[in-house]
Write a protein that binds this ligand. Structure first.
Ligand SMILES: [Fe+2]
Length: 130
């Protein structure tokens, strides 16, 4: 089966600055423009396409699998910028990271309130199954 997740659209009030914030924080290449989108490209070929919208944005959730050194770098940037972060998606554990599946994980909000997760192990890869 040759079906690969290709892209999703993220609502934004300023697509350019939102995309720049995300690539800067994650250490990804600069966003590119395609039509109405500011495109954030990931290593596995799935793109996050920021698009400007008016009005209230309903926050969505996006998760990124990163290496341990990348996690260190991302975590350092989060702390440098004094961004809030949590160990859980319900945001009951501020200023903590999780250790699910023997890796590390955390959650933070990007500029539109979308909840971004970074993990070093895919869900279930270490046998963790709450
Ligand atoms: Fe998640």
């Amino acid at each position: 089966m040759a079906i690969h997740f290709n892209h999703t659209i993220l609502s934004a009030h300023d697509s350019r600055s939102s995309a720049e914030f995300l690539v800067d924080l994650l250490g990804l290449p600069a966003p590119t423009r395609w039509g109405p989108f500011q495109v954030v490209a990931t290593e596995n070929g799935a793109n996050l396409d920021y698009m400007n919208v008016d009005g209230v944005i309903t926050p969505q959730h996006y998760a990124f699998l990163v290496s341990e050194p990348e996690f260190d770098d991302i975590f350092a940037r989060i702390r440098e910028r004094k961004l809030s972060y949590w160990a859980d998606p319900g945001r009951t554990k501020p200023e903590e990271i999780n250790r699910h599946d023997g890796g590390r994980g955390l959650y933070f909000e990007e500029t539109n309130g979308h909840l971004i997760e970074v993990i070093t192990r895919p869900y279930g890869s270490g046998g963790w199954n709450p």
